[in-house]
Design a protein around this ligand. Sequence first.
Ligand SMILES: NC(=O)c1ccc[n+]([C@@H]2O[C@H](COP(=O)([O-])OP(=O)(O)OC[C@H]3O[C@@H](n4cnc5c(N)ncnc54)[C@H](OP(=O)(O)O)[C@@H]3O)[C@@H](O)[C@H]2O)c1
Length: 354
Amino acid sequence: MPESQLRIAIVGATGAVGREALSLLAEAGHPASHVVPLASSRSAGAPLPYGACTLRTSELTSEALASCDAAIFAADAETARRFAPQAAEYGCLVIDNSSAFRADPAVPLVIPEVNADALGSRSRLVANPNCSTTILLTALEPIRRACGITRIMVSTYQAVSGAGLAGIDELREQTRAALEGRSVPSKVFPESCAFNVFTHESPIDLETGFNLEERKLINETRRIWNTPDLEIIPTCVRVPVERVHSQSVSAELRSSIDASSLRSLLARAPGLELIDDPATGTFPTPLRAAGRNPIAVGRPRISVADQRITISLWICGDQLRKGAALNALQILDHMLGTTLAFDRGAHHASPVES
Ligand SMILES: NC(=O)c1ccc[n+]([C@@H]2O[C@H](COP(=O)([O-])OP(=O)(O)OC[C@H]3O[C@@H](n4cnc5c(N)ncnc54)[C@H](OP(=O)(O)O)[C@@H]3O)[C@@H](O)[C@H]2O)c1
């Protein structure tokens, strides 16, 4: 079937990830008549922009999915558990953004630049990794392939839209209030997010001390790289940024690399953009990476001590794009052999490389 004939459902189309998926499909020129936006009964009939058109949201039902060839799920895990396996049984290709199937060995967990080979020819349900995992592994993959990685330490600086559209509303409302000398109680986050930084709000495991976001990073990295014993030490943090997760990462290598080879690996790797110009002080920032497909990497450094070689990077990736909607569409492209996510594997030349 020509790709323009595919009927694609976006489940959770009214949310932050769903809207991004619509925007990517519209950018790719997929016909509006072949896009089916679905959400809860609360949103039935709600208008959604799609390029120059407006689509109407329908309530998610099994029947609505049965008429589609593919579905990008961008709702909660419970909704995914209820509807995604059934849709896959009907023959729909399903990519789920929630955490529902990420630990299920029967469901591939895929970042196309990293482990497209995990997609079997008969896969009909595929899990999209957590946004922090996708951003980290896309950036580290060329280094892992060239040198091997034996240990990772990473701190994240995560945008409020990681908690959905409600996170953005809370940041805006609390910022406005703080500037006017008022305070607004928090609903989405446990702490005020305006002018504040706090460790990720997900529940902490009392035995290990890691919160759920950190455990996802550890477990999903080990699964995707097939390295069950890899040491990964994450600290996940929320910052008052609307979109784009940033990360400060150091990775110990199995074999050495020189500075110019490291730069050239990063500059050539699919899905990355090297932004690193010490002369002008131009490095990745959330504002530079927002609304863009490539993960911005910069500040590459190499330290050697006690025969241990460690590289360090500063990374900014749009978690609504490569961390969610774009990765899901790239998976769909791989499953179908199409080019809906128009820049799959494309190399982005760096506009600001020294
Ligand atoms: N935000 C990110 O950066 C990010 C990154 C990676 C993965 N994810 C995952 O992607 C999913 C969506 O996240 P989001 O940030 O887009 O959340 P969001 O902005 O809160 O949107 C949630 C969406 O799910 C829909 N929904 C809720 N209950 C539903 C139901 N019973 N039936 C059908 N649709 C339902 C909502 O529809 P209504 O408008 O009708 O309520 C809305 O469209 C989550 O599983 C999240 O963990 C998010």
